[in-house]
Ligand binder design. Structure first.
Ligand code: ZN
Length: 182
């Protein structure tokens, strides 16, 4: 009499395992990046390579949405430290469309920082001159942007010379403070 009960318990107990096993097989990694975004992903790979990181991305899906009620420009879903896990990024049109090439790049780099480099947390640290220390900051994608409205004659309106530091920092959080921030 005991054996059928054991078999039944095992069947019930194993069912979730069998189902989750099936689910994993069904969801193969997908690479699906809109043409508008792809150059920034390729640039990310070049920047990684030039800094000695051998990164391949085969499991990334980037999709558009109109606007985020919470005011974000992008979201990396499923940020996990598992490198083979399907990564999915949503970018918001209301933020992307008016953005400069530098801000678009910084946004894509930020989301890839979460999704691909496993930088799961935002970095709120500031440099000595008060600007964010990282593109992984929570709210500013214009940290190395070109000058758009220079109404004050501010020499720092064009911030493109800061890009190299921010890309260095993206791949190495211990990058020292650059001269322009001192
Ligand atoms: Zn973020």
């Amino acid at each position: 009499m005991k054996k059928p009960i054991v078999a039944l318990l095992c069947l019930l107990g194993c069912l979730p395992l069998v189902l989750s096993g099936c689910r994993e097989k069904e969801v193969l990694p997908v690479y699906q990046v809109p043409a508008e975004v792809e150059p920034y992903v390729q640039q990310f790979l070049r920047e990684a390579q030039s800094r000695g990181h051998d990164i391949r991305i085969t499991n990334l899906k980037v999709e558009w949405a109109d606007a985020d009620p919470a005011g974000r420009c992008g979201i990396c879903h499923h940020a996990t430290s598992n490198p083979s896990h399907q990564k999915r990024i949503t970018l918001f049109r209301n933020c992307w469309d008016p953005a400069t090439a530098e801000a678009r790049e910084a946004l894509v780099f930020h989301e890839l920082g979460h999704c691909i480099l496993n930088r799961l947390e935002h970095k709120i640290d500031r440099l000595s001159n008060g600007v964010y220390a990282s593109v992984m900051n929570p709210s500013d994608i214009a940290v190395y942007e070109r000058c758009i409205y220079d109404i004050t004659g501010n020499l720092e309106c064009d911030k493109r010379n800061r890009r190299n530091y921010y890309v260095d920092e993206l791949f190495d959080e211990n990058t020292p403070e650059p001269d322009w921030a001192k």
